[in-house]
Write a new protein. Structure first.
Length: 239
């Protein structure tokens, strides 16, 4: 693994910080540690961090609040550390944009494997062809209002989108005419939960097609690329 990779371990237990930092350094990673949110934010301001390992249960500002802060300010990958009884917190953390989680107790070897997997996925994601700073985006006979998160046809008929459908549609819009694999779509929509054969993207695409395609059985906007994934096969305009 690239020795330039810099991991930040945030945990209020010093023994855990010391154990993980020692193990990760032995395997070629740069490691910084923080005992809580204030130290984490200071390090993020002064250092280039590639991935954050973040404990959920901490005094003061907890890991979920810190994960929310991270997602509001950057796209640095996050692995949550959780207790066995915190299933609800794990779900909330993933919905907030955490990339993965580990349940305590865990082995440092498993953490290292998850770090490598997340960074490989992040490095494989395609870049956006255009910035997404526009308020409204047009495609085919649709207009998507990003600020209001509303989709309407050019004749003014509105269509309700769920949060997952909105994220999927904006992902396609930001990568027009590009083949995106299922894994890439899962990562770009931040819906991945470390499931190797997750087919939820197929279901989300089907639901989105039913809302935007003239004929969902014969899609012309979101096309399937056999063996590759999907492609958003239409031009995009931004205003």
């Amino acid at each position: 693994m690239n020795t330039a990779i810099h991991v930040l371990v945030v945990d209020d237990h010093r023994d855990i910080r010391d154990l993980l930092s020692k193990y990760l350094r032995q395997h070629g990673l740069r490691v910084s540690t923080a005992a809580g949110g204030q130290e984490m934010k200071q390090l993020l301001r002064t250092a280039a961090i590639d991935l954050v390992v973040l404990d959920i249960m901490m005094p003061g500002e907890d890991g979920l609040s810190l994960c929310r802060h991270l997602r509001a300010s950057c796209q640095t990958p996050v692995i949550l550390l959780t207790a066995v009884t915190e299933e609800t917190d794990r779900i909330i953390g993933l919905e907030m944009g955490a990339d993965d989680y580990l349940t305590k107790p865990f082995s440092p070897r498993e953490l290292l494997a998850r770090i490598k997997a997340i960074l490989r996925r992040a490095q494989s994601l395609p870049a956006q062809r255009q910035p997404s700073s526009a308020d409204k985006i047009g495609f085919a006979h649709w207009v998507l209002d990003l600020a209001r998160r509303e989709l309407s046809s050019t004749d003014g008929v509105g269509v309700a989108l769920s949060s997952s459908e909105f994220l999927l549609l904006t992902t396609f819009i930001n990568h027009p005419q590009m083949v995106l694999s299922r894994d890439q779509l899962l990562d770009l929509t931040r819906g991945r939960e470390a499931v190797a054969l997750d087919r939820s993207i197929d279901n989300q695409v089907s639901r989105l097609r039913r809302k935007i395609e003239p004929d969902p059985a014969n899609p012309t906007l979101i096309k399937t690329v056999w063996g590759g994934g999907y492609i958003f096969a239409c031009d995009v305009t931004r205003t």
